[in-house]
Design a protein. Structure first.
Length: 223
């Protein structure tokens, strides 16, 4: 067997392991909206986004509610996932977070819900990836998976947009090109769902596509 065929075979095995359904959370659908006046326990489109507090790669606590009045993007992240790697190196996540970081009305947070011992886990691994991808915004560690399950995050990347009122207005894929590189969009035209949602919210318009199916590796939750 030639070296090229061996490399292709190993790549296919890695992708299959990355997408193992055993790593998926027990519930993948967004939950029902919380009653008026009560904090949401599970994320639901059109309802207040559940608050959370996680630590960044330096151990500093970051709380969602601290960004009240801002538009917040949540990106489920795993530096070991080939889809995440391709999206940040070539696809719709390449420099996207950095561009929106410059907008004073927008906060971008990456969240890694991988459990200890799982692919992409660990502060140092994520710090190296953040430097390699040019990520300047916080990368938060959710080792218990509590926040990921609360939001119904199933894949990396899995994206959520929260408007300035704290309402979840988008949940799903970064775009409509499931190769992660932006080169195989459905219908032949690339649609960057997250940027589309951000632009709509900034302009005071309804988000044109509020929910899509996320693609990528399964989130590496613990048992």
């Amino acid at each position: 067997m030639t070296p090229r065929r061996i490399a292709i075979l190993l790549g296919a095995i890695a992708l299959a392991a990355c997408n193992s359904p055993k790593a998926s959370p027990p519930a993948s659908e967004l939950g029902p909206a919380a009653p008026p006046g009560r904090a949401a326990e599970r994320a639901a489109l059109g309802a207040p986004a559940p608050d959370f507090e996680l630590r960044d790669l330096d151990g500093k606590p970051v709380k969602l509610s601290a960004f009240a009045g801002k538009i917040v993007v949540l990106e489920w992240f795993n530096p070991g996932c080939p889809y995440v790697q391709r999206a940040h190196a070539k696809g719709s996540l390449q420099g996207t977070g950095s561009r929106w970081d410059a907008d004073p009305d927008v906060v971008w947070l990456a969240i890694n819900s991988g459990a200890p011992g799982k692919q992409g886990h660990g502060a140092e691994t994520n710090r190296e990836a953040a430097e390699r991808f040019g990520i300047k915004h916080p990368v938060l560690l959710d080792e218990s998976g509590v926040v990921g399950r609360k939001y119904g995050a199933t894949n990396t990347p899995h994206m959520f947009v929260i408007d300035a009122k704290g309402v979840l207005v988008y949940a799903g894929a970064i775009d409509n090109s499931p190769d992660g590189e932006g080169e195989s969009p459905s219908d032949g035209k690339l649609v960057r769902y997250v940027e589309q949602a951000l632009e709509a919210v900034k302009a005071g318009r309804a988000v044109p596509v509020a929910k899509t199916e996320a693609y990528g590796c399964s989130v590496k939750y613990g048992s």
